[in-house]
Design a protein around this ligand. Structure first.
Ligand code: NDP
Length: 322
């Protein structure tokens, strides 16, 4: 069992955690990043990335994360592979304990554990992920320009994604399992006013249809949730928008979460309910969820942590001098 200590402990190694590390390292905080079970985060399961600034050509998600990691290490970040099983945020330094018994102590803690999209759990969905089936219209909608697409879900995300997709497609179908939407009224009004969007009520996805060969998704088989009748629609893109799971189980009871289990932060900052603990990326953001916004809030978290420690240490020095 080893104890690792740092001025800035970062949990999570997606764009948020690694951006926090780059800024933290350059501010002399000698950060430690503890990488979880998916080092590099969601981008490591993404292929083409066309919307991360700085790259004219399409780049690959895993390559981008390798570069971010190399950059973080180059400026002095220590990367550790461990699965944290216990946290103690009741006093500083904050303590995180790995499943092998290693202890990580941080004068500040940056939580960047991310979120995972929820999927329907169908075999055909798994088979066609990245070949027509996606959980992010903002990321992948552009690849389906001029084609018919569908969004599955009835919450804010589904409605926003359907509206967003009308930038690329004149035929967007929203598929919802009930006969009313959960999304906010204002979004519903925009949806119903948009003649590029058709809503199919009381429909569940039975199967995503594979066109075979390199065709990918060619349609969706639907089951009426009231009558049980089957029908199909032709689409080249299917966007599953049925919610996300923020990775916050570890922090439940230790820090304030919002109603959707995301880490609650003060508006306009990354400060959480525990002084000295900061949150960034998808674990605190249910609205934007982009690599670039995660990286942006990662930068904010490092700056917030650095300022917090400077203030605390100044106070401690003043008290000691009195
Ligand atoms: P929600 O949990 O709000 O909605 C999920 C939707 O998916 C529901 O309509 C639900 O149906 C449907 N659904 C869930 N499971 C299944 C399934 N197995 N099969 C078919 N349909 C399913 O998730 P969102 O991602 O939309 O939003 C999460 C949170 O983030 C919310 O608080 C939302 O307000 C917020 N948000 C805010 C935004 C903003 O402020 N601009 C943008 C995006 C999200 P049913 O209704 O029948 O339960």
């Amino acid at each position: 069992m080893t104890t690792h200590t740092t001025r800035m402990l970062i949990l999570g190694s997606g764009p948020a955690g690694l951006s926090a590390a780059i800024y933290g390292a350059r501010a002399g905080m000698a950060p430690i990043v503890v990488q979880g079970i998916q080092p590099g985060g969601q981008l490591t399961t993404t292929t083409d990335v066309e919307n991360y600034p700085g790259f004219r050509e399409v780049i690959q998600g895993p390559w981008l994360m390798e570069e971010m990691q190399a950059q973080a290490e180059h400026v002095g970040t220590r990367l550790m592979y461990d699965t944290i099983v216990e946290v103690d945020l009741s006093r500083r330094p904050f303590r995180l304990i790995g499943d092998g018994g290693d202890v990580y102590e941080g004068e500040t803690l940056v939580i960047a554990t991310g979120a995972q999209a929820r999927w329907l759990g169908l075999d055909s969905e798994e088979l066609l992920k990245g070949k027509g089936v996606s959980a992010c219209a903002t990321c992948d909608g552009f690849f389906y320009r001029g084609k018919k697409v569908a969004v599955i879900g009835g919450g804010n995300t589904a409605v926003e994604e359907a509206l967003y997709l009308t930038n690329h497609s004149d035929e967007v179908t929203l598929i919802h399992r009930r006969d009313s939407l959960r999304a906010e009224k204002i979004l519903q009004e925009r949806l119903f006013a948009n003649d590029k969007i058709k809503v199919l009520w009381n429909k569940g996805v039975e199967c995503f249809i594979d066109g075979g060969g390199t065709a990918g998704l060619v349609g969706i088989e639907l089951r009426d949730t009231v009558s049980g009748a089957l029908s199909t629609i032709d689409v080249a893109g299917g966007f599953v928008a049925i919610g996300h799971h923020p990775a916050t189980e570890l922090f439940r009871g230790h820090i304030d979460l919002d109603d959707d289990h995301y880490i609650a932060v003060e508006t306009g900052s990354t400060r959480t309910s525990v002084a000295g603990v900061f949150a960034c990326g998808d674990v605190m953001d249910k609205v934007y969820r982009q690599a670039i916004t995660a990286a942006g809030t990662g930068c904010m978290a490092a700056l917030d942590a650095e300022r917090f420690l400077a203030e605390v240490e100044f106070e401690e020095m003043r008290e000691a001098a009195e």
